[in-house]
Design a protein around this ligand. Structure first.
Ligand SMILES: [Zn+2]
Length: 386
């Protein structure tokens, strides 16, 4: 039996090891001197920990610092070999595969056509496993090279993602995490330039469906996940049917049957635009800018619906910075300005902040890569050295 004191020492050592590893991750390439300064630990302690991390292949020597006379300092970084992360994005027509090392370096990235429709789950799992096997031999990785595996998918997918996941688990002998795209893409967006300086904002993503997420004052270490999430919500009683099967759902008025109904109700000509078309929003937006009366009315009404929803969330959450992403792109400036003004109209007079909208970007295929980043972060968070 360990004495309490020895147990305590071991615990402190484990915490210090984790601390040094995270410092290497955040500051690589980093010298021992910098680690000593940032950790407030002694030089011999840091040296001992680095040696242990090196022999466990968590950390490796990346380079030598430029000489300033005397000995050259070794620069350490996270080991880029032997541990990998696999991220997949699966939908009915394509599969995107991303493999990164633990330094978030892309080892492999591809989107392949897959004809999933009509296949049974075992058939589907077999073709997926075959595909992954091919990639493994191409990239010279083993089944056991992965420390984390994640499958992302759109909300409400008709595919049996859990079934596919467990087949993959058997093949790779590792638990497979399953996440909806919106969570993976939100994570990516939060890592990206557009919003990296924000700590409190509402993230509105429309990839194939709409999602609203509020982030507030997060601590990167402790809280990587959204604090509040809003999915589909009914805005128009008895309105058009949404993909979520609710009637009058917000989602369908941004880009879907609801928006199309507004257009047709305003006397718009159905020129091959249909509710299923993923670019209905931009086609109507462009038509409205060209002066199509019905399109102007439809877009105005759709903006009203979204603005009411956003104003309600702002009133509840007190967060008035909004990041628009997905179908909204950085050129939708006029739409953004109109939405900002309309949201302001629905807020009480003298509301603490004027709403501010930022335009961001992501694509669905980024989901697989984003899953890798999330899984890599998850791996580091889960490491214990006691
Ligand atoms: Zn809906």
């Amino acid at each position: 039996m360990d004495s309490p004191r020895r147990r305590n020492n071991r615990l402190v050592r484990a915490q210090n090891t984790k601390k040094i590893l995270m410092l290497v991750k955040d500051h690589e390439p980093v010298s021992l001197e910098t680690l000593v300064r940032k950790s407030s630990l002694t030089y011999p302690t840091v040296l001992g920990i680095i040696k242990q991390l090196e022999s466990d292949s968590h950390v490796e020597r990346l380079a030598y610092a430029p000489t300033t006379g005397g000995r050259q300092a070794v620069l350490y970084g996270i080991s880029g070999i032997s541990r990998y992360v696999l991220g997949l994005h699966i939908n009915t027509e394509t599969i995107s595969i991303s493999i990164t090392n633990l330094r978030d370096g892309k080892i492999f990235q591809a989107t392949e056509p897959m004809h999933f429709q009509g296949l049974s789950t075992p058939e589907l799992a077999r073709s997926l496993v075959g595909l992954i096997g091919g990639i493994l031999s191409k990239t010279r990785l083993e089944n056991t090279s992965f420390v984390r595996v994640c499958i992302t998918h759109r909300d409400g997918t008709s595919l049996d993602i859990r079934g596919i996941g467990s087949a993959l688990e058997t093949f790779l002998s590792i638990p497979v995490k399953i996440l909806p795209d919106r969570i993976a893409l939100n994570y990516l967006e939060r890592q990206s330039y557009h919003i990296s300086s924000l700590s409190t904002y509402m993230f509105v993503l429309f990839e194939e469906e709409l999602s609203l997420t509020t982030y507030r004052g997060f601590d990167e270490r402790l809280d990587r996940l959204p604090s509040t999430h809003f999915g589909h919500m009914t805005m128009v009683i008895g309105g058009a049917t949404c993909v979520c099967s609710q009637r009058g759902c917000l989602c369908s008025y941004v880009n879907g049957e609801g928006l199309l109904k507004f257009y047709l109700d305003a006397g718009g000509e159905d020129q091959g635009v249909d509710g299923e078309s993923s670019d209905l929003f931009h086609r109507l937006l462009a038509a409205s800018y060209r002066g199509d009366r019905a399109a102007v009315i439809a877009i105005d009404r759709a903006i009203e619906v979204l603005a009411v929803a956003l104003a309600n969330v702002i009133k509840i959450e007190g967060v008035a910075t909004i990041v628009l992403s997905g179908i909204f792109n950085s050129t939708d400036v006029r739409y953004k300005m109109q939405l900002e003004q309309t949201v302001a109209n629905y807020l009480p007079k003298g509301f603490l902040e004027k709403p501010q909208i930022i335009l961001g970007t992501t694509t669905p295929n980024d989901s697989a890569f984003s899953a890798c980043l999330m899984m890599s972060a998850d791996y580091f968070e889960s490491l214990r050295f006691d």
